[in-house]
Design a binder for this molecule. Structure first.
Ligand SMILES: [Ca+2]
Ligand SMILES: [Ca+2]
Length: 399
């Protein structure tokens, strides 16, 4: 027993020696921990963040909250090695002011193995991250098409633009883009609303295209977008339609519908989406009367194939995409009185847009809600009526 007591005394003696300088006073340090918001936020320094300082030698823990300068100040910190964590919970209202999007979020920051040297004051900066606010949204849908100088119809210049409305980089790998089955309105006297309209929990897709990649091959930075062209070419080319409003030769992706008769040309400079499911004709023509578009992530094999009620059994089934996997949706109908033809559940999209005519070059672009550090934050209230504006000419990759 006496031996153990002596050992304890000497251990405490060594420990105490570490804490003291040559005058016998404790050689502690003042340590400042600064919590910083992600660069995409409207403010740099985070006040009210909870900071924890854990001494990894003895496990002792100190906590403090950052002040209005984003600093948490710890006096009397003993020399040693520390793990530092920062945590900040933002209410929806706080997130709205910082990110432009009203959504509660938790941010965290970590610095492990920070060295505190006896008697030397130090500042450590912790970058808060991990709480991405916002997501991928459909930024623009140009579906109306244009007229040729001879008055003919031209629809190969359609495109869909997808935008990263989040505060962090998002990955497009395996993202699917699909159009919903069903008429856009009373196109002809026999046009009926979709027979699937009693299901408010799913969208029934006619065609599905997918961005390839295995997880992190296709990053998209906050405030950046991709354009998916029906055909990735300059539609203003004299051999196509000089009246077309768009040059899509620099599109990020195109829908190349490979067929034995080569009716769809493969633009070599623009990568092709994967064709997951297709019931269309020569190309991915989204109806010029107004399409329903969804973006989602789900493996095709997990989705149910459902026959269209009331049609010939030889007609290809549609793919049931549950609302739960759908990231964003856009609905356009033939005109303002076509509401009964809505194909998308109101929970996904409470409204719809409509153009003044077909082939009139009008496009539909999501409104800008606010701009933070030059990054546009787009409005997303799950209602195409209020979230989108009708514009006279499409604006791929711009506003
Ligand atoms: Ca094509
Ligand atoms: Ca191509």
């Amino acid at each position: 027993m006496k031996k153990i007591f002596l050992l304890l005394v000497s251990a405490i003696g060594i420990f105490t020696a570490c804490k003291k300088d040559r005058f016998g006073t404790l050689a502690t340090s003042v340590i400042t921990i600064q919590a910083k918001y992600p660069a995409t936020f409207s403010q740099l320094l985070s006040s009210g963040a909870n900071i924890t300082l854990t001494n990894i030698t003895d496990g002792s823990i100190k906590t403090a909250t950052t002040n209005s300068n984003g600093d948490a100040i710890f006096s009397d910190v003993l020399p040693g090695t520390y793990n530092i964590t920062a945590n900040k919970n933002l209410t929806a209202a706080e997130a709205l002011a910082l990110t432009g999007i009203s959504s509660a979020v938790t941010l965290n920051g970590v610095q492990n193995n920070a060295t505190v040297t006896g008697g030397q004051n130090a500042t450590f900066q912790l970058q808060l991250q991990g709480g991405s606010v916002g997501g991928l949204v459909i930024k623009e849908v140009y579906y109306t098409g244009s007229r040729t100088s001879a008055g003919g119809t031209y629809f190969s210049d359609q495109f869909i633009e997808i935008y990263n409305n989040a505060t962090d980089t998002l990955y497009l790998d395996s993202l699917c883009i699909a159009d919903a089955f069903g008429n856009s309105g009373l196109i002809n006297p026999s046009s009926l609303p979709t027979p699937f309209n009693n299901d408010n929990s799913s969208v029934y897709a006619s065609n599905i295209w997918q961005i390839p990649g295995t997880g992190k091959d296709y990053p998209l930075a906050p405030g950046k977008s991709i354009v998916i062209a029906q055909d990735g070419v300059n539609h203003k080319d004299p051999t196509l339609n000089p009246n077309s409003p768009v040059d899509l030769s620099n599109a990020d992706w195109e829908t190349y519908n490979e067929r034995p008769d080569n009716r769809d040309a493969d633009a070599p400079a623009v990568p092709n989406l994967s064709r997951v499911y297709f019931t269309g004709g020569f190309d991915w023509l989204i109806t010029v009367f107004g399409p329903g578009i969804i973006i989602y992530k789900a493996p095709f094999a997990t989705l149910q194939q459902v026959a269209i009620p009331g049609v010939s059994p030889t007609t290809a089934p549609r793919i049931k995409v549950p609302n739960t996997v759908i990231i964003d949706a856009f609905e356009a109908l033939k005109d303002g009185s076509s509401a009964t033809y809505k194909r998308l559940p109101t929970g996904l999209d409470a409204g719809f847009v409509f153009a003044d005519d077909t082939y009139n070059k009008q496009s539909f672009r999501r409104k800008v809600n606010t701009t933070i550090n030059g990054r546009r934050v787009l409005q997303d209230n799950n209602n195409s009526t209020s979230d989108f504006e009708k514009i006279a000419l499409p604006t791929p990759k711009s506003f």
